[in-house]
Design a binder for this molecule. Structure first.
Ligand code: 5GP
Length: 127
């Protein structure tokens, strides 16, 4: 079972519902392993989310419990999305939050792809 922060995967989280087609999303890319769509509240001119097609809460959960095919297929899809969006030349940032300290809002693993402007420092200041 997929667990993060002691909680089992919530089958009704918003991204699970997007994967099931219960909630609309602006699709960017899809294959057998991954689904990519525009973030509803973009933080950059390009802000796309890529999610694996499976019930995984975090990167640690995903890499511990998903099949090799899904793990490799998902990461290939992240790169494919960046390529298809033409982001290689000007650059982009990939980010995945996990758990409380990162302010992960949706408990289904997702990779953010940000691009389209200089993205500033990687983290807010302060230790
Ligand atoms: P997190 O903070 O968990 O890393 O990021 C969750 C992201 O999901 C946020 O950037 C938020 O704007 C986005 N989001 C939340 N609900 C929806 C939704 O229903 N549709 C889409 N497209 N994005 C969503």
């Amino acid at each position: 079972m997929s667990v993060a922060n002691g909680s089992p995967y919530d089958e009704n989280n918003i991204f699970a519902r997007i994967l099931r087609g219960e909630i609309p999303a602006k699709k960017v890319y899809e294959d057998d392993y991954a689904f990519a769509f525009h973030d509803i509240n973009p933080q950059a001119p390009v802000h796309v989310l890529v999610i694996p097609k499976g019930p995984y809460v975090s990167m640690a959960d995903f890499t511990a419990n998903a099949s090799d095919a899904l793990v490799s297929g998902f990461f290939r899809a992240v790169g494919e999305v960046a390529r298809q969006l033409g982001l290689e030349e000007d650059g982009y940032r990939i980010l995945a939050n996990a758990g409380i300290n990162s302010h992960q809002e949706v408990p289904h693993l997702h990779v953010h792809i940000f691009a389209g402007r200089p993205l500033g420092p990687m983290l807010s200041r302060g230790m």
